[in-house]
Design a protein around this ligand. Structure first.
Ligand code: PEP
Ligand code: MN
Length: 359
């Protein structure tokens, strides 16, 4: 249920509604739009500690709310996801990530800024990570990617350096000032990964790992939630709802291609997901054309297309010597290719009225 307040409502009117909700065991979530304040209403607290959704809301409460001073009308949310929906929270969510390399000290994801996140698929060695970090920073990346815990389709594939990899990422942050995004795969690793990471990545294979979603939802770290490789938009947004409903509102969605019948590309990059998600949800959406295509030659065109479609950030794999990469070499840009991409990406961003934050 959503309580839409009149544009002329007072702070006391809002407070009155919130108190009424509280007395009835409901939680009210305020959202201040440009023209209107809306209050999203969720049901009683469920057994996991998260709000219980709409199930238990007595319809007569809607009528009482409708009669209160300052209330314009009360709406039912038609979607199964609530906190993630645009209806519930009309204004765009902006996720702030601290990064020493920019003068403001904070990078915004979901605002008018666009953000370049780049780095190797996987942290392999100190030399590989530092070389890549230095190069991508020089071109304007402000967030460094790199997996320390790697989901590997084959159990014989490289599974990452674990905590040693996280330590190398932290070292790169100290040296170059970029924020760090890295994947966390299990609930038990969440607190340890939080000690090193600025953004937690939930991989495509874990989009529906509900215990993991609950656990990252109990932190206050920004979370990048990759789209499950065969997930519908509704399933994806319900996965986001798990994180949001635990109290962590810093969720960023990531389009990374979906599984189709096609074999020439590793995945089918769904650029339409970017504008579509923006109609369904207030959450930022970013684009990963590296996993999205699996092919280095397609990463630049799909990056530009993503920017034209309104992505809030790009997440790109770069390797100093992709032919020797332990993982995802075929889809990793060389440093030279990344250097060529940046000015073109900046030109597309400004054509759609946005600007990369680089310093
Ligand atoms: C990655 O970013 O390297 C990765 C494994 O991503 P995904 O979960 O989208 O496959
Ligand atoms: Mn990868």
């Amino acid at each position: 249920m959503i309580v839409v307040m009149k544009s002329s409502c007072s702070d006391d009117n809002v407070k009155h509604v919130l108190t009424f909700l509280d007395k009835n065991g409901l939680s009210g979530h305020l959202s201040h739009g440009v023209e209107r304040t809306v209050i999203g209403v969720l049901g009683a607290v469920g057994p996991s500690g998260a709000p219980g959704g709409l199930g238990g809301i007595n319809p007569s409460l809607g009528e009482s709310l409708e009669g209160m001073p300052g209330v314009e009308h009360v709406l039912r949310v038609s979607k199964p996801y609530k906190l993630a929906s645009r209806e519930f929270h009309p204004a765009d969510t902006i996720v702030e990530v601290p990064a020493a390399c920019v003068s403001s000290g904070v990078v915004e994801i979901g605002s008018n800024q666009v953000v370049m996140m780049a780095g190797p698929c996987t942290v392999e060695t100190e030399m590989q990570l530092m070389t890549t970090a230095e190069a991508v920073r020089k071109e304007g990346a402000v967030i460094l990617r790199g997996g320390a815990f790697k989901p590997s389709t084959s159990p014989y594939g490289f599974r990452g350096l674990g905590e040693d990899g996280l330590k190398l990422l932290a070292k790169a942050r100290d040296e170059f000032g970029m924020a760090i995004i890295t994947e966390v795969m299990t609930p038990t690793d969440v607190s340890m990964v939080c000690e090193y990471a600025d953004i937690l990545q939930i991989g495509t294979r874990n989009m529906q790992n509900y215990m993991l979603l609950d656990e990252v939802g109990r932190t206050n770290k920004p979370v990048v939630l990759k789209r499950g490789m065969s997930a519908t938009f509704e399933e994806w947004l319900l996965a986001a709802e798990y994180v949001l409903s635990q109290g962590n509102r810093n969720v960023i969605l990531c389009e990374r291609g979906i599984r189709t019948f096609e074999k020439l590309t590793r995945n089918t990059m769904d650029i339409s997901a970017i504008p579509l998600i923006k109609t369904l949800s207030h959450l930022p959406i970013i684009s990963d054309p590296s996993q999205g295509t699996g092919r280095r030659d397609l990463v630049t065109p799909m990056s530009l297309a993503s920017l034209a479609a309104g992505t809030d950030a790009l997440l790109i794999e770069v390797h100093p010597n992709p032919d020797e990469a332990l993982k995802d070499g075929a889809q990793s840009l060389t440093i030279d290719q990344f250097r060529d991409l940046m000015p073109r990406a900046q030109a597309i961003a400004s054509a759609v009225g946005r600007q990369f934050i680089t310093e």
